[in-house]
Write a protein that binds this ligand. Structure first.
Ligand SMILES: [Zn+2]
Length: 118
C-alpha cells in the first residue's frame, strides 16, 4: 500500500453522523488491502494525480443508510467509489482502470465518480 490507507477506505461521514459502526472485519480488511494493491495504487501511479475515495467499505447498516444495493461489493470491502476531481480526469482514470483487474467498473452519474470492484 503506497497511496491509499485502510482508514480512508472505511471512513464515512454518514456513519459518523448516524453513529453507525463501520469497522471492517478481518476478511473485509484483506479485501480492502487487495483492492488497494491491485487496483487503486496502480491506477493512482499511472494517473499521476490524487484520487479521492467517496465510499469504500460499508457495513450492512451503512449500506442500507446510503441506499446501496443488497449484494454490493462495498459490503465485503471489495469496491470503492472514486474520483480524480473532474469528469475529464475521471475519463483518463476510467481508461486506466479498464486495463487493470476488476469485476465491476461503472461510470457513475455522467462521470462524477467511478465505481470499481475487484
Ligand atoms: Zn460503488
Amino acid at each position: 500500500m503506497k497511496y491509499f490507507t485502510l482508514q480512508e477506505l472505511s471512513d464515512s461521514d454518514t456513519a459518523v453522523r448516524m453513529n453507525i459502526d463501520n469497522e471492517p472485519d478481518k476478511d473485509a480488511v484483506e479485501n480492502m488491502r487487495r483492492l488497494i494493491d491491485v487496483v487503486l495504487d496502480p491506477a493512482r501511479e499511472l494517473l499521476g494525480v490524487p484520487i479521492r475515495v467517496n465510499s469504500g467499505y460499508r457495513s450492512k447498516m451503512l449500506n442500507e443508510e446510503v441506499g446501496g444495493v443488497k449484494q454490493s461489493y462495498h459490503l465485503s470491502g471489495r469496491a470503492a467509489d472514486i474520483t480524480a476531481g473532474s469528469v475529464s480526469a475521471n475519463r483518463r482514470l476510467f481508461a486506466i482502470l479498464r486495463k487493470l483487474p476488476h469485476k465491476e467498473l461503472i461510470w457513475e452519474k455522467g462521470g462524477i465518480w467511478i465505481h470499481v470492484a475487484l
